[in-house]
Design a protein around this ligand. Structure first.
Ligand SMILES: [Mn+2]
Length: 343
């Protein structure tokens, strides 16, 4: 079979090739990136259930544990945590299966300690993803940067089966995948086709109310109180274009919240009217570092400022850590460097 490295030129053909390789396989391994999200786990499960329905042996082997808000999905008990040891049954399986499916990732560093086992395996490797610029590591790339999610691509792959009827478990997994990566159907690439796909998934048994409830509406009480502390101490700077939130160690002591409970707090900054940049400073009890998270909108690039502080990230989302300075000192540094963004 012809190999289309490193990009997918003809998506329909790549999907058809991928489907053929899947059906020609007797045993497949499925994996995804470190710290998997709903798209990652949802895609793995849908592919897993489909493979089993066709009599294909399948194993899902991940580097990271499944996050707690996805544990309601049918089949998560089948996800195996990679055993790193040299005589690991996972290394053996990866080396002797017919095809490895890497979903929602395009770079071998994203599978952490599994990368050796995968790169050394003399078996077919297929990347199914919606991010650009993949590593040169696979035999087939099914990459569509116009898709909202890998979930949409897996849906198209499974629709190659003309007799395909999604089971409720598969429909729920794919719905969770697409909902997660579209920010619940509001991010820019969401279009009519996305809605037609999820309409079919709902008809096949995905429950939009339950799935949203399970994934988003279960934040711990301590996390809700911590969010209150972040809002209460918020400052407005540069005519309201920058909002700075701080969580000093006293906030963690008062609320009993943990570091995990800070997840998602910084996103609130850029939901405020006129705010172009949001910053969250976190001082954890007993941690000598101050954690800084940046968010931005439009043309404002917060990656450079994070890099200048020794961190990194993307255009609209970045972060850094600073050691040996007080929260107040870091606050001043941030105000000074963020000021340059508005000049
Ligand atoms: Mn994704």
């Amino acid at each position: 079979m012809e190999v289309n490295k490193p990009f997918t030129k003809d998506l329909d053909k790549s999907i058809a090739d991928c489907y053929k390789i899947l059906l020609d396989s007797k045993k497949i391994a499925i994996t995804t990136h470190v710290n998997p999200d709903g798209d990652a786990i949802g895609c793995e499960l849908a592919l897993y259930f489909y493979a089993l329905s066709k009599g294909i042996g399948a194993k899902i082997i991940n580097y990271s544990e499944t996050p707690y808000n996805l544990l309601f999905l049918d089949g998560v008990d089948k996800v195996e945590l990679f055993d790193e040891s040299s005589e690991s049954p996972h290394r053996k399986y990866i080396g002797e299966c017919d095809t490895i499916f890497l979903v929602d990732l395009n770079n071998s560093s994203r599978v952490k300690s599994m990368s050796d086992a995968i790169l050394n395996a003399k078996v077919k490797k297929i990347i199914i993803d919606h991010h650009m610029e993949p590593d040169d590591m696979a035999d087939l790339y099914v990459i569509d940067p116009d898709s909202t999610s890998t979930g949409e691509i897996i849906w198209k792959l499974l629709k190659k089966d003309s007799g395909m009827k999604f089971t409720p478990a598969m429909a729920t997994a794919l719905y969770a995948a697409i909902m997660s990566d579209t920010g619940s159907f509001r991010f820019p690439r969401t279009d009519a086709e996305t809605h037609r796909i999820v309409a079919e998934l709902i008809e096949c048994g995905a429950d939009p109310v339950d799935i949203y409830e399970e994934i988003y509406n279960i934040i711990p009480f301590e996390a809700a109180r911590l969010l209150g502390e972040a809002f209460a101490g918020m400052e407005k700077l540069f005519d309201g274009r920058l909002v700075l939130m701080k969580l000093p160690k006293e906030s963690f002591e008062r609320t009993g919240a943990s570091e995990d409970d800070t997840e998602g707090i910084v996103e609130h900054t850029v939901t405020i009217k006129n705010v172009m940049v949001g910053v969250l400073l976190i001082e954890r009890p007993g941690d000598p570092q101050i954690r800084i998270s940046f968010r931005s909108k439009g043309d404002i690039n917060v990656r450079d400022i994070a890099v200048s502080l020794g961190g990194g990230g993307h255009h609209h989302a970045a972060g850094a850590r600073i050691s040996g300075k007080s929260l107040e000192e870091v606050r001043r540094i941030i105000i000074e460097s963020a000021g340059k963004l508005f000049r």
